[in-house]
Design a protein around this ligand. Structure first.
Ligand SMILES: [Zn+2]
Length: 304
């Protein structure tokens, strides 16, 4: 187990989104991925938001990302798991392109939390003007060197041009940011009035989240600071003058999340069982689309 020095944690007293004061303990979760440290999850009884509480100080957060296994930043092949991951990623890049071009055929794209830049590279090759934001320096360097992309650290968001982008995407990113309200406000400034915003998030109301409970891999504390459902994300969107125009499932996530959850629960990688749980999750979500493992929200600015 990777060791992180124990340090002061931030105890949140008001809901970071609606400022509500009626907070209740929801669950205790271990950081199974890296440190084995335990974190709490708090529920806001007003807007329904779940958030990691207490959580590490902003300066301490990067330590919880220091792992060779952090796959979204890894390109090297390390066995079946990585090979599968890379195949699925290539497929999902094409799916993302297909999804976005239903709304915008071409233009300027900003990908916040772009990682090593595979999505941006694909759009760039299709003639889009692309820009990335990525906090991890190693991923930024990779994206620049390998794909020649323009990728900046998070603090550069405030220096980008207002109304500068036709499409802004955050693929499994908003759950990691320290202040989602501020991030939504920044996005509002950057997005053109007729632009679209695409936000993909894990969904804690997923079928397999209930099955795995505290072992559900998508809690991923303390890297995930916020845990959204369709309802609590809808509140955040409306509060920041966006409307959700479409919600779509990410069906692969149920398999990947089930595989990791089973590993946390039993200590073993069990592909057949993960496949079964992934199928069950997607099947059950057919009758209740709000219970897919992850959801993609397509948003537009509200007409004022
Ligand atoms: Zn709240």
């Amino acid at each position: 187990m990777f060791h992180v020095e124990q340090s002061e944690k931030i105890h949140v007293k008001n809901c970071p989104v609606c400022k509500g004061e009626h907070l209740e303990k929801f669950l205790d979760i271990k950081d199974y991925f890296l440190t084995g440290e335990e974190f709490g999850i708090t529920e806001c009884k007003k807007c329904g938001l779940l958030f990691t509480n207490p959580r590490p100080d902003e300066k301490e957060l990067p330590k919880y990302y220091e792992s060779v296994d952090y796959l979204s930043h890894s390109k090297e092949d390390r066995g079946v798991f990585s090979r599968l991951y890379n195949i699925i990623r290539a497929y999902s890049v094409r799916k993302k392109y297909g999804l976005i071009t239903k709304y915008k055929k071409n233009g300027k794209l900003l990908d916040i939390g772009c990682g090593t830049g595979e999505v941006l590279n694909y759009f760039s090759k299709k003639g889009w003007e692309v820009k990335g934001i990525e906090p991890a320096e190693s991923a930024r360097t990779f994206a620049r060197k390998n794909y020649g992309l323009s990728v900046s650290p998070e603090k550069e968001i405030d220096n980008l041009e207002s109304d500068g982008f036709d499409v802004i995407t955050l693929w499994h990113v908003l759950e990691h940011v320290t202040d989602p309200v501020k991030r939504m406000q920044q996005i509002y400034r950057l997005l053109k009035d007729d632009g679209i915003l695409v936000i993909a998030l894990p969904n804690h109301k997923a079928w397999e989240a209930e099955k795995f409970s505290s072992y559900w891999a998508a809690w991923d504390v303390p890297r995930h600071l916020f845990h959204f459902s369709k309802e609590s994300f809808g509140f955040l969107a409306r509060q920041n003058h966006f409307e959700v125009i479409k919600t779509l499932p990410m069906k692969f996530d149920s398999y990947y999340v089930s595989l990791l959850s089973l590993k946390y629960q039993s200590g073993k990688m069990n592909y057949p069982k993960a496949f079964y749980f992934g199928m069950r999750s997607n099947f059950s979500a057919k009758s209740n689309e709000n219970s897919y493992s992850s959801l993609i929200y397509i948003l537009k600015k509200k007409k004022s």
